[in-house]
Design a protein around this ligand. Structure first.
Ligand SMILES: Cc1cc2nc3c(=O)[nH]c(=O)nc-3n(C[C@H](O)[C@H](O)[C@H](O)COP(=O)(O)O)c2cc1C
Length: 364
């Protein structure tokens, strides 16, 4: 392989890495992510490539500062302008200066575009606001919503979901309650993304599943509140490292407090990919995934169902946070994920039932 080809390949890879760093940085920024494994790796690759690039092209960087001199002789045959030649008469500083100016110009244009994008969307729902604001307006209670309520919103579906096939895993019942007070748990709670390197115990997992889903009254009411006691949230657990429980993706059978297998084997890597490369989704010993089964609430509350279902996902997630804290564990909510990828992993259609968020849990 010629030196010329190697330098060309280096430039192409360097440019590619810069583009990846830019795009992943944009994602990190726009989605408010705390960890993004692709961005970090791309950053390391870019830094290494820049060092190699500067080392192999160092003469080129001197060109913009070289004095303007006309080349007294023609360049030797086969010489390639801009591919690290010596600072000699046949290297012209013009293109290098223009490149530096173009780079500075691109930076200014990029900053201006960023400023424009930030301020370009109207925060006013009546003046071209986004779909979220539009939904909020259209789901407000009022005369129009009363008129719409005469339309049929379908019938009430089954109250409990079961996943058929495979042996279920029973979780321990009647666990001793942790001693930490709610006040202390509220004070201490922080989103945890780095977990101690030990497995979760089956008891700890049972406690978390209980906090998220358990039925705690004879009227079938549960640990978390629910609009109309309709319980639209379904809970899944991706087990990677839990003592006595095979790695796999499970659905929680609420009434039995048992895990029903959805997929065998660890899905930790798939979860990290679905979660936009957030690494703690791969390293956490268990990750809860909360979904909404829309018709459970929609038949009664019509277009407001989506508001209620998101509230309810939040109630369950906070139960998990506080229960984890009380048991000496930590949790981290994840709202940034590729919906289609996660729904496919859960084997749900994304229309009637869709993923709302994930909660990674692990030892502090
Ligand atoms: C709806 C929602 C979505 C979130 N999504 C993410 C996420 O995708 N990645 C992440 O690392 N943290 C996520 N978080 C956690 C927040 O970053 C965290 O709660 C916030 O920084 C405050 O920190 P604290 O929870 O430790 O008090 C999310 C939190 C909420 C409530």
């Amino acid at each position: 392989m010629s030196r010329r080809f190697l330098r060309y390949a280096l430039d192409v890879v360097l440019l590619g890495a810069a583009v990846v760093v830019f795009l992943t940085g944009l994602l990190v920024d726009r989605l408010g992510l705390s960890q993004f494994v692709l961005h970090r790796w791309a950053g390391y690759v870019l830094a290494a490539l820049v060092v190699v690039h500067v080392a192999t092209h160092w003469r080129f960087f001197l060109v913009p500062f070289a004095s303007r001199r006309r080349a007294p002789t023609a360049p030797p045959e086969g010489a390639v302008v801009g591919v690290a030649p010596a600072v000699s008469e046949h290297v012209r500083s013009g293109p290098a200066r223009r490149a530096a100016l173009a780079a500075a110009g691109a930076g200014v244009v990029g900053a201006a575009a960023g400023w424009f994008v930030k301020t370009g969307i109207s925060p006013d729902p009546y003046n071209g606001g986004d779909v979220g604001l539009f939904y909020h307006r259209e789901s407000s209670l009022g005369l129009r919503s009363l008129l719409r309520s005469v339309v049929s919103w379908g019938s009430q579906p089954a109250r409990y979901k079961r996943v058929a096939g495979g042996a279920t895993v029973a979780l321990a019942a009647g666990l001793p309650l942790p001693e930490l007070s709610v006040g202390q748990a509220l004070q201490q709670r922080r989103s945890l993304r780095d977990y101690r390197d030990r497995m979760l115990t089956a008891q700890e997992l049972a406690w978390l599943v209980h906090a998220a889903t358990a039925i705690t009254s004879s009227a079938d009411y549960r640990t978390a509140p629910s609009a109309g006691a309709l319980y639209p949230i379904e809970t899944y657990v991706a087990v990677s490292r839990v003592e006595g429980i095979d790695a796999g993706l499970y659905h929680v059978d609420v009434r039995a407090q048992a895990l029903e297998p959805v997929r065998a084997g660890s899905v930790a890597g798939d979860l990290m990919i679905a979660g936009l490369g957030q690494e703690f989704l791969r390293t956490a010993p268990a990750v809860f995934v909360l979904t909404g089964l829309f018709q459970r609430t929609r038949w009664k509350y019509h277009e407001r169902h989506y508001r209620y279902i998101c509230w309810e996902g939040g109630h369950v997630a906070q139960n998990l946070y506080l229960a984890a804290e009380a048991a000496g564990l930590g949790a981290c909510m994840v709202g940034a994920f590729f919906d289609g990828t996660l729904n496919d992993l859960l084997r749900i259609d994304g229309r009637h039932e869709a993923a709302l968020g994930l909660v990674a849990v692990g030892p502090r």
